[in-house]
Design a protein around this ligand. Structure first.
Ligand SMILES: [Zn+2]
Length: 261
């Protein structure tokens, strides 16, 4: 397990504690009287393992698979992926992307709806994170990717909302769907409301990266993005929070590869 394993302020010890707490709480919430659901999950977990994920990094909770603590994929979407891809597909062995990125109708303007319960400080972080992506070096010349905030409660792509769990994830997000839609939500853990504004900005910029298809730079799950550096210590897609200091050249290059103009 990587010591900088997930989007967190803590190190290895916290990571182990977190995974064990999630797994144990998950066990508590999955009664033994649901063998069918567990069988379905087993085939989904086998799918992820085939893709190169580690089984111990995958937790099933409330109808979703949570990978590496902050990446969420619904069971329905996993089933759609399995159906789409048939029996083929081999593990992919550093910038990394998921199996799906957002499709052309969406990538010019991903519309985010911020729930009214999101605190002003986190709302500022969401606004800042959108500005970060919209102003990434290369935007308008080599990169075509846009995001905006909408107040419409129906015509949006990604919902941002507050949650609470006494755990070490700061925020977590869905990857794009197999249909090419952006990740459907970003959930912010109110446990970390007192985190610095700069770290909040980093965290949300990172989560928005998941919603458009990026995996963790410092891990080897997903598909390697050719041409990007194998080590990028300050990448926004590393799975731990830093104070925000801008995208790295690697972040911009990876974005250009996924969303070229
Ligand atoms: Zn992450």
């Amino acid at each position: 397990m990587n010591t900088k394993h997930y989007l967190s302020k803590v190190g290895l010890l916290g990571c182990i504690l977190l995974l064990s707490s999630i797994i144990s709480s998950c066990k508590k919430e999955m009664p033994a009287a649901q063998p069918k659901a567990e069988d379905e999950n087993a085939s989904s977990i086998a799918y992820f393992v085939k893709k190169g994920y580690k089984a111990e990094d995958i937790v099933f909770k409330d109808g979703n698979f949570i990978i590496q603590t902050d990446i969420v994929i619904s069971r329905e979407d996993v089933e759609a992926r399995i159906k789409n891809e048939g029996a083929s597909g081999s593990p992919q062995t550093e910038h990394w992307r998921g199996n799906y990125i957002i499709a052309a109708p969406y990538h010019k303007n991903v519309r985010l709806y911020i729930e009214p319960t999101v605190t002003p400080e986190w709302k500022t972080a969401v606004q800042g994170a959108i500005a970060n992506w919209n102003n990434m070096p290369g935007q308008g010349t080599t990169i075509e990717l846009g995001m905006s905030i909408t107040t419409s409660t129906t015509a949006y792509d990604t919902r941002v909302f507050m949650g609470y769990e006494n755990a070490n994830w700061i925020a977590r997000a869905y990857l794009p769907a197999s249909s090419g839609k952006p990740g459907v939500s970003v959930e912010i853990n109110s446990k970390y409301n007192t985190m610095s504004a700069s770290q909040k900005l980093f965290a949300i910029t990172h989560e928005l990266g998941h919603t458009i298809g990026f995996m963790h730079t410092n891990q080897t799950s997903g598909v390697f993005i050719p041409g990007t550096a194998t080590v990028d210590a300050n990448s926004v897609m590393n799975s731990f929070v830093l104070p925000w200091a801008g995208f790295t050249a690697g972040d911009a290059l990876a974005t250009k590869k996924l969303y070229p103009k």
